[in-house]
Design a protein around this ligand. Sequence first.
Ligand SMILES: [Zn+2]
Ligand SMILES: [Zn+2]
Length: 213
Amino acid sequence: MSTRLDHRNPLVFDTHELGRRPGALQRLSRTVDAPGSPAVLGIDGVIGVPEGKPVELDLRLESVMEGVLVTGTARASAEGECVRCLEPLRLDVAADFQEMFSYPEADERGRAAEPADDDEDEDVLYLEDGMFDLEPVLRDAVVLALPMQPVCREDCEGLCSECGINLNDDPDHHHDAVDIRWAALQGLAETVQDGEKDNMGGAEAGVDEKQEK
Ligand SMILES: [Zn+2]
Ligand SMILES: [Zn+2]
């Protein structure tokens, strides 16, 4: 019997000890290195767990009629950059997942009985020689648990749209002298934002004169 899964791969789990008696349970904890290829564990170019960094896995394996139901949590520290201020950020992530790994022979019986069910079969994961590969499940779970637009903190002020300085470092920063080409546009923006501006008072006017690029 051949298998494509390598039991030495830390993300491959063996269910032989669990056995095939329905109802049997096994809990496993394992710390693995985050996989780096073919892609980072996370959202490529946005935020992810760097390759080789520890991922703590807590798994509960349950033997059921058609296979093994795997429920678990992955904990790791993800790194990325704030979408507003572009500063590096680190985020602890706890990703929950549950996945069914079916016995291949159970699937063959299913196919024979219901040949029209092809669509549903696409997402079915299988045990191979009693082993399963957690990697695709882990990848999906971590992506879902991470923010698509990570921010260093909820009220991050971001960068100045005119000069690019980090507004978190200088909350009072603004430009009074406006390039003539932008004046009309800014007038329009101020009309729109009048309500907000009223709340801010205007006591800070003149703190910051024209900023050179
Ligand atoms: Zn930020
Ligand atoms: Zn500025």
